[in-house]
Ligand binder design. Sequence first.
Ligand code: UDX
Length: 457
Amino acid sequence: MEKHRAGNRRRRLVVVPAPFQGHLTPMLQLASILHSNGFSITIAHTRFNSPDPSNHPHFSFLPFSDGLSHSDSISSHNLTAITDTLSANCASPFRDLLLRLTTQNIACIVHDGLMYFVDSVAQQLNLPTILLRTTCATNVLAYHSLHRLLSEGCLPLQANETCRHADERVVPGLEPLRFKDLPTFISTNSDVLQYQLNKVQHGIKSSLGVIFNTVDCLEGHRVDELRQIYQVPIFPIGAFHGMAPDSSSSFLEQDHSCIAWLHEQAPRSVLYVSLGSIITWEEKELTEMVYGLLSSKQKFLWVVRARAIDVTEWVESLAEDVRKAIGDRGCMVRWAPQKEVLAHEAVGGFWSHCGWNSTLESMYEGKPMICQAHFGDQRVNSRLASHVWKVGVEWSGDVMERGDVEKAVTKLMVDPQGKQMWQRAQQLKRQLRQAVTQGGSSRNTLIHLVDHILSFS
Ligand code: UDX
Protein backbone atom coordinates (compact mmCIF):
# COMPACT_ATOMS: atom_id res chain seq x y z
CA MET A 1 0.00 0.00 0.00
CA GLU A 2 2.43 2.66 1.18
CA LYS A 3 5.63 0.66 1.04
CA HIS A 4 7.58 3.48 -0.63
CA ARG A 5 7.29 5.60 2.51
CA ALA A 6 9.95 3.57 4.30
CA GLY A 7 12.58 4.16 1.57
CA ASN A 8 16.04 2.83 2.36
CA ARG A 9 16.00 3.53 6.04
CA ARG A 10 16.04 0.96 8.83
CA ARG A 11 12.71 -0.71 8.54
CA ARG A 12 12.72 -3.59 10.99
CA LEU A 13 10.34 -3.33 13.88
CA VAL A 14 10.64 -5.68 16.81
CA VAL A 15 7.13 -6.21 18.08
CA VAL A 16 6.59 -7.57 21.61
CA PRO A 17 3.02 -8.68 22.41
CA ALA A 18 1.78 -9.60 25.88
CA PRO A 19 0.76 -13.28 25.98
CA PHE A 20 -3.00 -12.84 26.51
CA GLN A 21 -5.70 -13.18 23.87
CA GLY A 22 -7.02 -9.64 24.32
CA HIS A 23 -3.48 -8.28 23.90
CA LEU A 24 -1.97 -10.58 21.27
CA THR A 25 -4.82 -10.03 18.80
CA PRO A 26 -4.55 -6.22 18.58
CA MET A 27 -0.72 -6.35 18.56
CA LEU A 28 -0.67 -8.74 15.58
CA GLN A 29 -3.23 -6.55 13.83
CA LEU A 30 -1.04 -3.50 14.44
CA ALA A 31 1.99 -5.42 13.15
CA SER A 32 0.06 -6.24 9.95
CA ILE A 33 -0.84 -2.59 9.48
CA LEU A 34 2.79 -1.52 9.91
CA HIS A 35 3.92 -4.31 7.58
CA SER A 36 1.54 -2.96 4.91
CA ASN A 37 3.30 0.35 5.36
CA GLY A 38 6.70 -0.99 4.45
CA PHE A 39 8.17 -2.28 7.70
CA SER A 40 9.65 -5.73 8.25
CA ILE A 41 8.25 -7.34 11.37
CA THR A 42 9.93 -9.57 13.91
CA ILE A 43 7.56 -10.80 16.61
CA ALA A 44 9.54 -11.37 19.81
CA HIS A 45 7.27 -13.46 22.01
CA THR A 46 7.11 -15.51 25.18
CA ARG A 47 6.88 -19.28 24.93
CA PHE A 48 3.78 -19.09 27.11
CA ASN A 49 0.72 -18.52 24.89
CA SER A 50 2.91 -18.17 21.82
CA PRO A 51 1.33 -17.10 18.51
CA ASP A 52 1.10 -19.52 15.59
CA PRO A 53 3.65 -18.40 12.94
CA SER A 54 1.82 -20.28 10.19
CA ASN A 55 -1.02 -17.75 10.41
CA HIS A 56 1.40 -14.89 9.69
CA PRO A 57 3.87 -16.01 7.02
CA HIS A 58 5.02 -12.42 6.34
CA PHE A 59 6.45 -12.00 9.89
CA SER A 60 9.44 -13.67 11.47
CA PHE A 61 8.93 -15.07 14.97
CA LEU A 62 11.53 -15.30 17.71
CA PRO A 63 10.66 -16.79 21.11
CA PHE A 64 12.45 -15.83 24.32
CA SER A 65 12.26 -17.74 27.55
CA ASP A 66 9.79 -16.47 30.14
CA GLY A 67 10.39 -18.69 33.15
CA LEU A 68 6.71 -19.58 33.44
CA SER A 69 6.10 -23.20 34.24
CA HIS A 70 3.34 -25.06 32.47
CA SER A 71 1.30 -25.13 35.67
CA ASP A 72 1.73 -21.36 36.22
CA SER A 73 0.54 -20.77 32.72
CA ILE A 74 -2.53 -22.89 32.77
CA SER A 75 -3.63 -22.50 36.36
CA SER A 76 -3.40 -18.74 36.61
CA HIS A 77 -5.65 -16.24 34.97
CA ASN A 78 -4.11 -13.58 37.15
CA LEU A 79 -2.70 -11.13 34.63
CA THR A 80 -0.85 -9.16 37.27
CA ALA A 81 0.97 -12.23 38.61
CA ILE A 82 1.93 -13.36 35.12
CA THR A 83 3.19 -9.92 34.05
CA ASP A 84 5.22 -9.65 37.26
CA THR A 85 6.80 -13.02 36.52
CA LEU A 86 7.58 -11.87 33.00
CA SER A 87 9.15 -8.66 34.35
CA ALA A 88 11.35 -10.68 36.67
CA ASN A 89 12.45 -13.25 34.07
CA CYS A 90 12.48 -11.81 30.58
CA ALA A 91 14.92 -8.87 30.51
CA SER A 92 18.04 -10.94 29.97
CA PRO A 93 16.67 -13.37 27.33
CA PHE A 94 15.04 -10.46 25.51
CA ARG A 95 18.33 -8.54 25.49
CA ASP A 96 20.13 -11.58 24.03
CA LEU A 97 17.46 -11.86 21.37
CA LEU A 98 17.95 -8.22 20.33
CA LEU A 99 21.71 -8.60 20.21
CA ARG A 100 21.33 -11.62 17.93
CA LEU A 101 19.22 -9.50 15.59
CA THR A 102 21.96 -6.86 15.34
CA THR A 103 20.54 -3.73 16.88
CA GLN A 104 21.65 -1.38 14.07
CA ASN A 105 18.97 -2.92 11.86
CA ILE A 106 16.15 -2.19 14.25
CA ALA A 107 14.17 1.00 13.65
CA CYS A 108 12.09 0.70 16.79
CA ILE A 109 10.61 -1.70 19.34
CA VAL A 110 6.82 -1.67 19.52
CA HIS A 111 5.72 -3.30 22.76
CA ASP A 112 2.64 -3.97 24.80
CA GLY A 113 2.26 -1.71 27.83
CA LEU A 114 2.25 -4.79 30.09
CA MET A 115 5.71 -5.95 28.95
CA TYR A 116 7.42 -3.68 31.45
CA PHE A 117 10.91 -5.18 31.06
CA VAL A 118 11.23 -3.99 27.46
CA ASP A 119 11.95 -0.37 28.39
CA SER A 120 15.05 -0.96 30.48
CA VAL A 121 16.53 -3.32 27.88
CA ALA A 122 15.82 -0.83 25.08
CA GLN A 123 17.49 1.94 27.07
CA GLN A 124 20.62 -0.17 27.64
CA LEU A 125 20.87 -0.83 23.90
CA ASN A 126 19.89 2.69 22.91
CA LEU A 127 16.85 1.59 20.94
CA PRO A 128 13.69 3.69 20.62
CA THR A 129 10.38 2.26 21.84
CA ILE A 130 6.75 2.86 21.06
CA LEU A 131 4.07 1.56 23.36
CA LEU A 132 0.79 -0.09 22.45
CA ARG A 133 -1.85 0.25 25.13
CA THR A 134 -4.59 -2.25 24.35
CA THR A 135 -7.26 -0.46 26.39
CA CYS A 136 -9.17 2.68 25.49
CA ALA A 137 -7.54 6.06 26.16
CA THR A 138 -10.02 6.98 28.91
CA ASN A 139 -8.78 4.00 30.86
CA VAL A 140 -5.32 5.56 31.18
CA LEU A 141 -6.89 8.79 32.44
CA ALA A 142 -8.79 6.67 34.93
CA TYR A 143 -5.40 5.53 36.30
CA HIS A 144 -4.63 9.17 37.01
CA SER A 145 -7.88 9.52 38.94
CA LEU A 146 -6.98 6.37 40.88
CA HIS A 147 -3.62 7.92 41.65
CA ARG A 148 -5.31 11.02 43.06
CA LEU A 149 -7.79 9.01 45.10
CA LEU A 150 -4.95 6.96 46.46
CA SER A 151 -3.11 10.08 47.63
CA GLU A 152 -6.33 11.36 49.22
CA GLY A 153 -6.70 8.12 51.16
CA CYS A 154 -9.88 7.08 49.35
CA LEU A 155 -8.61 3.68 48.22
CA PRO A 156 -9.50 0.85 48.44
CA LEU A 157 -12.91 2.07 47.37
CA GLN A 158 -15.04 0.74 50.21
CA ALA A 159 -16.89 3.59 51.92
CA ASN A 160 -15.07 4.95 54.96
CA GLU A 161 -15.25 8.06 57.17
CA THR A 162 -13.89 10.47 54.57
CA CYS A 163 -15.25 8.80 51.49
CA ARG A 164 -18.69 7.56 52.39
CA HIS A 165 -20.65 6.28 49.37
CA ALA A 166 -17.40 6.48 47.45
CA ASP A 167 -18.51 3.87 44.96
CA GLU A 168 -21.36 5.90 43.52
CA ARG A 169 -19.63 9.27 43.35
CA VAL A 170 -18.78 10.64 39.93
CA VAL A 171 -15.05 10.95 39.17
CA PRO A 172 -14.23 14.66 38.68
CA GLY A 173 -13.13 15.28 35.09
CA LEU A 174 -14.16 11.83 33.92
CA GLU A 175 -17.95 12.08 34.15
CA PRO A 176 -19.99 9.90 33.81
CA LEU A 177 -17.49 7.43 35.28
CA ARG A 178 -18.18 6.68 38.94
CA PHE A 179 -15.61 5.65 41.49
CA LYS A 180 -16.79 2.09 41.14
CA ASP A 181 -16.07 2.16 37.40
CA LEU A 182 -12.37 2.86 37.94
CA PRO A 183 -10.03 0.09 36.82
CA THR A 184 -8.88 -1.22 40.17
CA PHE A 185 -6.38 -3.99 39.85
CA ILE A 186 -6.74 -7.41 41.34
CA SER A 187 -4.95 -6.21 44.49
CA THR A 188 -6.70 -3.78 46.83
CA ASN A 189 -3.43 -3.17 48.68
CA SER A 190 -2.51 0.52 48.31
CA ASP A 191 1.22 -0.11 47.93
CA VAL A 192 0.66 -2.65 45.19
CA LEU A 193 -1.78 -0.32 43.49
CA GLN A 194 0.70 2.58 43.67
CA TYR A 195 3.40 0.33 42.22
CA GLN A 196 1.14 -0.67 39.32
CA LEU A 197 0.18 2.92 38.60
CA ASN A 198 3.81 4.02 38.61
CA LYS A 199 4.64 1.31 36.09
CA VAL A 200 1.87 2.46 33.74
CA GLN A 201 2.96 6.09 33.92
CA HIS A 202 6.67 5.36 33.64
CA GLY A 203 6.06 3.19 30.57
CA ILE A 204 4.32 6.02 28.75
CA LYS A 205 6.87 8.66 29.75
CA SER A 206 9.84 6.64 28.55
CA SER A 207 8.36 5.89 25.11
CA LEU A 208 8.67 7.97 21.97
CA GLY A 209 4.96 7.51 21.33
CA VAL A 210 1.85 5.63 22.38
CA ILE A 211 -0.52 3.84 20.03
CA PHE A 212 -4.15 3.23 20.97
CA ASN A 213 -6.66 0.99 19.25
CA THR A 214 -9.20 3.77 19.54
CA VAL A 215 -10.80 6.32 17.28
CA ASP A 216 -11.06 10.12 17.45
CA CYS A 217 -14.85 10.04 17.11
CA LEU A 218 -15.01 7.96 20.31
CA GLU A 219 -12.35 9.55 22.48
CA GLY A 220 -10.61 12.41 20.63
CA HIS A 221 -10.81 14.77 23.61
CA ARG A 222 -9.46 12.12 25.99
CA VAL A 223 -6.52 11.49 23.66
CA ASP A 224 -5.83 15.26 23.70
CA GLU A 225 -5.82 15.22 27.50
CA LEU A 226 -3.24 12.44 27.46
CA ARG A 227 -1.09 14.40 25.02
CA GLN A 228 -1.12 17.34 27.41
CA ILE A 229 -0.28 15.23 30.44
CA TYR A 230 2.53 13.20 28.92
CA GLN A 231 3.85 15.47 26.16
CA VAL A 232 4.50 12.44 23.94
CA PRO A 233 2.92 11.79 20.54
CA ILE A 234 -0.24 9.70 20.85
CA PHE A 235 -1.61 7.81 17.86
CA PRO A 236 -5.28 6.71 17.90
CA ILE A 237 -5.39 4.48 14.82
CA GLY A 238 -8.28 2.11 15.51
CA ALA A 239 -10.16 0.10 14.75
CA PHE A 240 -7.10 -2.00 13.90
CA HIS A 241 -9.15 -4.85 12.52
CA GLY A 242 -10.74 -2.42 10.05
CA MET A 243 -7.30 -1.82 8.51
CA ALA A 244 -5.47 -5.10 9.09
CA PRO A 245 -5.81 -8.02 6.68
CA ASP A 246 -7.80 -10.77 8.39
CA SER A 247 -5.69 -13.50 9.99
CA SER A 248 -6.32 -15.70 12.99
CA SER A 249 -4.59 -15.15 16.31
CA SER A 250 -6.93 -17.29 18.40
CA PHE A 251 -5.39 -19.56 21.03
CA LEU A 252 -8.53 -21.71 20.90
CA GLU A 253 -9.96 -23.30 17.79
CA GLN A 254 -12.90 -21.32 16.46
CA ASP A 255 -16.08 -23.32 15.91
CA HIS A 256 -17.42 -22.21 12.52
CA SER A 257 -20.54 -24.37 12.76
CA CYS A 258 -22.26 -21.44 14.46
CA ILE A 259 -22.04 -19.41 11.24
CA ALA A 260 -24.11 -22.05 9.42
CA TRP A 261 -26.61 -21.85 12.30
CA LEU A 262 -26.71 -18.03 12.02
CA HIS A 263 -27.46 -18.32 8.27
CA GLU A 264 -30.75 -20.00 9.22
CA GLN A 265 -31.88 -17.22 11.56
CA ALA A 266 -33.88 -14.08 10.78
CA PRO A 267 -32.10 -10.71 10.64
CA ARG A 268 -31.43 -9.16 14.08
CA SER A 269 -33.07 -12.09 15.86
CA VAL A 270 -30.02 -13.51 17.69
CA LEU A 271 -28.27 -12.33 20.84
CA TYR A 272 -24.56 -13.20 20.80
CA VAL A 273 -23.28 -14.04 24.30
CA SER A 274 -19.56 -14.08 25.03
CA LEU A 275 -17.65 -12.87 28.03
CA GLY A 276 -14.14 -12.85 26.60
CA SER A 277 -11.07 -14.99 27.00
CA ILE A 278 -10.49 -14.74 30.76
CA ILE A 279 -13.83 -14.94 32.55
CA THR A 280 -15.30 -18.38 33.21
CA TRP A 281 -18.55 -19.36 34.95
CA GLU A 282 -19.56 -21.61 37.81
CA GLU A 283 -22.29 -24.16 37.17
CA LYS A 284 -24.85 -22.16 39.17
CA GLU A 285 -24.23 -19.05 37.07
CA LEU A 286 -24.55 -20.98 33.82
CA THR A 287 -27.88 -22.32 35.00
CA GLU A 288 -29.16 -18.82 35.80
CA MET A 289 -27.96 -17.64 32.40
CA VAL A 290 -29.69 -20.41 30.48
CA TYR A 291 -33.02 -19.98 32.30
CA GLY A 292 -32.88 -16.21 31.83
CA LEU A 293 -32.06 -16.55 28.13
CA LEU A 294 -34.91 -19.00 27.60
CA SER A 295 -37.41 -16.79 29.46
CA SER A 296 -36.47 -13.85 27.24
CA LYS A 297 -37.77 -15.87 24.27
CA GLN A 298 -34.88 -14.60 22.15
CA LYS A 299 -32.56 -16.74 20.05
CA PHE A 300 -28.99 -16.87 21.28
CA LEU A 301 -25.50 -17.90 20.21
CA TRP A 302 -23.53 -18.52 23.37
CA VAL A 303 -19.79 -19.01 23.86
CA VAL A 304 -19.90 -21.10 27.02
CA ARG A 305 -16.75 -20.97 29.14
CA ALA A 306 -17.11 -22.89 32.35
CA ARG A 307 -14.91 -23.25 35.42
CA ALA A 308 -14.21 -26.74 36.71
CA ILE A 309 -17.10 -28.44 34.92
CA ASP A 310 -17.55 -30.11 31.56
CA VAL A 311 -20.04 -28.08 29.51
CA THR A 312 -21.39 -31.10 27.63
CA GLU A 313 -22.05 -32.93 30.90
CA TRP A 314 -23.66 -29.79 32.35
CA VAL A 315 -26.04 -29.52 29.37
CA GLU A 316 -26.88 -33.21 29.69
CA SER A 317 -27.69 -32.69 33.36
CA LEU A 318 -30.40 -30.13 32.53
CA ALA A 319 -34.06 -31.18 32.48
CA GLU A 320 -35.23 -32.61 29.17
CA ASP A 321 -37.65 -29.74 28.42
CA VAL A 322 -34.84 -27.22 29.03
CA ARG A 323 -32.52 -29.09 26.68
CA LYS A 324 -35.25 -29.17 24.06
CA ALA A 325 -35.88 -25.43 24.47
CA ILE A 326 -32.14 -24.75 24.03
CA GLY A 327 -32.17 -26.88 20.89
CA ASP A 328 -35.05 -24.82 19.46
CA ARG A 329 -33.60 -21.49 20.37
CA GLY A 330 -29.89 -21.58 20.99
CA CYS A 331 -26.50 -22.53 19.63
CA MET A 332 -23.68 -23.15 22.11
CA VAL A 333 -19.96 -23.26 21.23
CA ARG A 334 -16.71 -23.24 23.13
CA TRP A 335 -15.09 -20.50 21.04
CA ALA A 336 -16.59 -18.57 18.12
CA PRO A 337 -15.16 -16.67 15.14
CA GLN A 338 -16.31 -13.52 16.93
CA LYS A 339 -15.71 -10.89 14.28
CA GLU A 340 -17.60 -12.99 11.70
CA VAL A 341 -20.41 -13.53 14.19
CA LEU A 342 -20.74 -9.83 14.98
CA ALA A 343 -20.75 -9.00 11.26
CA HIS A 344 -23.63 -11.43 10.61
CA GLU A 345 -27.00 -9.84 9.87
CA ALA A 346 -28.79 -12.34 12.12
CA VAL A 347 -27.06 -10.90 15.19
CA GLY A 348 -29.09 -8.13 16.81
CA GLY A 349 -27.11 -7.61 20.00
CA PHE A 350 -24.11 -8.70 22.05
CA TRP A 351 -24.07 -9.62 25.74
CA SER A 352 -20.45 -8.75 26.48
CA HIS A 353 -18.00 -8.40 29.35
CA CYS A 354 -16.79 -5.24 27.57
CA GLY A 355 -13.18 -6.21 27.05
CA TRP A 356 -11.88 -3.42 24.84
CA ASN A 357 -11.50 -5.62 21.74
CA SER A 358 -15.03 -6.93 22.03
CA THR A 359 -16.44 -3.45 22.65
CA LEU A 360 -14.73 -2.03 19.59
CA GLU A 361 -15.57 -5.04 17.40
CA SER A 362 -19.23 -4.74 18.40
CA MET A 363 -19.45 -1.02 17.69
CA TYR A 364 -17.60 -1.49 14.39
CA GLU A 365 -20.39 -3.85 13.30
CA GLY A 366 -23.16 -1.62 14.66
CA LYS A 367 -24.27 -4.10 17.34
CA PRO A 368 -25.58 -2.71 20.65
CA MET A 369 -24.57 -4.47 23.86
CA ILE A 370 -25.55 -5.68 27.27
CA CYS A 371 -22.51 -4.47 29.21
CA GLN A 372 -21.56 -6.81 32.02
CA ALA A 373 -18.10 -5.71 33.14
CA HIS A 374 -16.07 -7.81 35.58
CA PHE A 375 -12.71 -6.22 36.29
CA GLY A 376 -10.12 -3.70 35.22
CA ASP A 377 -10.79 -1.61 32.14
CA GLN A 378 -14.03 -3.48 31.41
CA ARG A 379 -15.86 -1.22 33.87
CA VAL A 380 -14.64 1.89 32.11
CA ASN A 381 -15.62 0.48 28.71
CA SER A 382 -19.03 -0.56 30.00
CA ARG A 383 -19.79 2.90 31.37
CA LEU A 384 -18.65 4.60 28.17
CA ALA A 385 -20.65 2.25 25.95
CA SER A 386 -23.82 2.68 28.00
CA HIS A 387 -23.61 6.34 29.04
CA VAL A 388 -21.41 8.15 26.51
CA TRP A 389 -21.78 6.29 23.21
CA LYS A 390 -25.25 5.12 24.30
CA VAL A 391 -25.06 1.74 22.60
CA GLY A 392 -25.33 -0.43 25.69
CA VAL A 393 -27.61 -1.60 28.48
CA GLU A 394 -25.56 -1.45 31.68
CA TRP A 395 -25.78 -4.64 33.75
CA SER A 396 -26.63 -3.56 37.27
CA GLY A 397 -26.84 -6.81 39.28
CA ASP A 398 -23.98 -8.06 41.43
CA VAL A 399 -24.76 -11.72 40.94
CA MET A 400 -26.06 -13.71 37.99
CA GLU A 401 -29.81 -14.02 38.44
CA ARG A 402 -32.23 -15.31 35.80
CA GLY A 403 -34.74 -12.44 36.27
CA ASP A 404 -31.99 -9.87 35.62
CA VAL A 405 -30.87 -11.79 32.55
CA GLU A 406 -34.38 -11.84 31.12
CA LYS A 407 -34.86 -8.10 31.80
CA ALA A 408 -31.55 -7.07 30.24
CA VAL A 409 -32.06 -9.24 27.14
CA THR A 410 -35.59 -7.95 26.63
CA LYS A 411 -34.47 -4.36 27.05
CA LEU A 412 -31.79 -4.77 24.39
CA MET A 413 -33.60 -6.97 21.86
CA VAL A 414 -37.25 -5.97 22.19
CA ASP A 415 -37.91 -2.69 24.04
CA PRO A 416 -37.99 0.75 22.36
CA GLN A 417 -34.86 1.68 24.33
CA GLY A 418 -33.01 -1.18 22.62
CA LYS A 419 -34.28 -0.04 19.23
CA GLN A 420 -32.85 3.45 19.88
CA MET A 421 -29.52 1.88 20.80
CA TRP A 422 -29.60 -0.02 17.52
CA GLN A 423 -30.06 3.26 15.60
CA ARG A 424 -27.26 4.89 17.54
CA ALA A 425 -25.03 1.88 16.88
CA GLN A 426 -25.63 2.26 13.13
CA GLN A 427 -24.47 5.90 13.27
CA LEU A 428 -21.39 4.94 15.21
CA LYS A 429 -20.63 2.11 12.79
CA ARG A 430 -20.61 4.62 9.91
CA GLN A 431 -18.26 6.94 11.81
CA LEU A 432 -15.90 4.13 12.76
CA ARG A 433 -15.70 2.88 9.20
CA GLN A 434 -15.16 6.36 7.88
CA ALA A 435 -12.18 6.76 10.26
CA VAL A 436 -10.29 3.88 8.64
CA THR A 437 -10.92 4.86 5.02
CA GLN A 438 -8.66 7.18 3.03
CA GLY A 439 -8.78 10.66 4.57
CA GLY A 440 -10.35 9.36 7.81
CA SER A 441 -8.88 10.26 11.21
CA SER A 442 -7.21 6.90 11.89
CA ARG A 443 -5.73 6.67 8.38
CA ASN A 444 -4.30 10.17 8.68
CA THR A 445 -2.87 9.44 12.11
CA LEU A 446 -1.30 6.26 10.75
CA ILE A 447 0.59 8.35 8.18
CA HIS A 448 1.97 10.46 11.06
CA LEU A 449 2.91 7.30 12.96
CA VAL A 450 4.88 5.90 10.01
CA ASP A 451 6.69 9.21 9.55
CA HIS A 452 7.39 9.34 13.28
CA ILE A 453 8.99 5.89 13.28
CA LEU A 454 11.03 6.69 10.18
CA SER A 455 12.33 9.84 11.87
CA PHE A 456 14.21 7.63 14.40
CA SER A 457 16.13 5.67 11.78
C1 UDX B 1 -8.72 -8.87 28.37
C2 UDX B 1 -9.49 -8.04 29.37
O1 UDX B 1 -10.60 -8.78 29.81
C3 UDX B 1 -9.96 -6.78 28.69
O2 UDX B 1 -10.67 -6.02 29.61
C4 UDX B 1 -8.81 -6.01 28.13
O3 UDX B 1 -9.29 -4.86 27.46
C5 UDX B 1 -8.02 -6.89 27.17
O4 UDX B 1 -7.64 -8.10 27.82
P1 UDX B 1 -10.42 -10.43 26.96
O5 UDX B 1 -11.18 -11.00 28.08
O6 UDX B 1 -9.56 -11.33 26.19
O7 UDX B 1 -9.53 -9.16 27.29
O8 UDX B 1 -11.54 -9.69 26.04
P2 UDX B 1 -11.41 -8.82 24.74
O9 UDX B 1 -10.56 -7.61 24.91
O10 UDX B 1 -12.79 -8.55 24.32
O11 UDX B 1 -10.69 -9.77 23.70
C6 UDX B 1 -11.20 -11.01 23.37
C7 UDX B 1 -10.83 -11.33 21.94
O12 UDX B 1 -11.16 -12.70 21.73
C8 UDX B 1 -11.63 -10.51 20.94
O13 UDX B 1 -10.78 -10.06 19.90
C9 UDX B 1 -12.66 -11.50 20.39
O14 UDX B 1 -12.98 -11.29 19.04
C10 UDX B 1 -11.97 -12.83 20.58
N1 UDX B 1 -12.94 -13.91 20.79
C11 UDX B 1 -13.70 -13.96 21.93
C12 UDX B 1 -13.07 -14.87 19.82
O15 UDX B 1 -12.41 -14.82 18.78
N2 UDX B 1 -13.97 -15.87 20.03
C13 UDX B 1 -14.74 -15.97 21.14
O16 UDX B 1 -15.52 -16.92 21.24
C14 UDX B 1 -14.61 -14.98 22.13
